[in-house]
Ligand binder design. Structure first.
Ligand SMILES: Cc1cc2nc3c(=O)[nH]c(=O)nc-3n(C[C@H](O)[C@H](O)[C@H](O)COP(=O)(O)OP(=O)(O)OC[C@H]3O[C@@H](n4cnc5c(N)ncnc54)[C@H](O)[C@@H]3O)c2cc1C
Length: 302
């Protein structure tokens, strides 16, 4: 079994399927750590599977109101995705939710014991690939190109930026959504003592100026903000959904013709997919790759 990509999806699959002795091919030269924010999960499932304790916390969330709830919801969607949708993450009033916080070195912990070949690009014509089952976590448009699949839809996505900073005397779990179109910041969160700022546009201000602006939105004095990191660009920050038929048609085609199973947010082009959701998908792929008769109907219903 070959797993393509050593991001979170590939590493989770490698750990869950360790009994099948998979090898991970990663095009980058070292462990990529594509994720630049603290990870908060809805359940403890991923931590339990990996044997890594996650911290259970209560997180509070609200919106920095711009106009009215409907305008805020549409503006937040447009700011992040480039289209007006009724974004349900915008709420009116404080919401409190249980979350599970992963340790900061989650990705390197996930990679422990996993056989990774760095600098190795997936090539469907590679003789090692023939006869192997391949779990692909590379973005769907890139896989389509590699497999010469030309019936795909147009893919749209928006880039974004993230910035982190530390806050002295702080142990909080909060998120504030910022719908105002003129403000480059789209969300400010604190996890413990780390502030994570997500931006829809590259800010004009310096990283420190941006971190101070974010702190002020949370009512935090700027003199307790320190350790401001570098602005990090995320190419696929927000991906715009494609129609379900195109998605499934390609996934079925790739499985039936090339024994390639797609896994993860970008590989299956599903914007809201989190690591929690992948556990079920890895188990399904394990089942499908074991059974000789591949059940198309089950896959299509996925
Ligand atoms: C600000 C922010 C906050 C987030 N918060 C959370 C959260 O709290 N919880 C959560 O679950 N998720 C969260 N996410 C989402 C999470 O970061 C992504 O879903 C996750 O990083 C995607 O991982 P992946 O393994 O699917 O893809 P990637 O990380 O993109 O991995 C794919 C890998 O494939 C490699 N690759 C590409 N092409 C090839 C090739 N041809 N051959 C070999 N290798 C190749 C790439 O180099 C890459 O390393 C957040 C995202 C952002 C931006």
């Amino acid at each position: 079994m070959i797993i393509v990509g050593a991001g979170m999806a590939g590493l989770l699959a490698a750990r869950m399927l360790s009994h099948r002795k998979p090898v991970v091919w990663e095009t980058q030269k070292a462990l990529p750590n594509n994720h630049s924010a603290v990870l908060r999960f809805r359940t403890s499932q991923v931590g339990d599977i990996l044997g890594i304790p996650f911290k259970r916390v209560n997180m509070i969330k609200d919106t920095l109101h711009w106009r009215n709830p409907i305008a805020d919801s549409l503006a937040y969607s447009y700011k992040n995705s480039g289209s007006y949708r009724s974004d349900r993450s915008v709420t009116r009033g404080l919401v409190s939710e249980e979350r599970f916080i992963a340790p900061p070195d989650l990705i390197s912990q996930m990679a422990e014991g996993v056989k990774i070949e760095f600098g190795r690009e997936y090539d469907p014509n590679d003789p090692h690939v023939r006869g192997s089952n391949v779990i692909s976590t590379i973005p769907m448009p890139a896989l389509m190109e590699l497999l010469d699949y030309d019936m795909g839809p147009d893919f749209n996505y928006r880039e974004g930026w993230t910035l982190t900073a530390l806050v002295r005397d702080c142990d909080a779990y909060v998120s504030l959504l910022v719908p105002a179109p003129e403000d480059p910041i789209s969300r400010v969160s604190i996890t413990g003592n780390q502030m994570i700022i997500e931006l829809a546009r590259e800010p004009v201000a310096t990283p420190t100026g941006t971190a101070w602006d974010a702190a002020r939105k949370l009512g935090i004095e700027t003199d307790v903000v320190y350790g401001v990191g570098e602005l990090r660009r995320q190419t696929y920050n927000k991906i715009i959904p494609i129609d379900d038929e195109s998605r499934k048609r390609f996934m079925l085609w790739a499985t039936n013709n090339c024994h390639v199973y797609s896994l993860g947010r970008f590989a299956t082009w599903r914007p809201g997919l989190l690591l929690d959701d992948l556990v079920k998908d890895v188990r399904l792929i394990d089942k499908w790759t074991r059974s000789s008769g591949y059940d198309m109907a089950v896959h299509a219903a996925r």
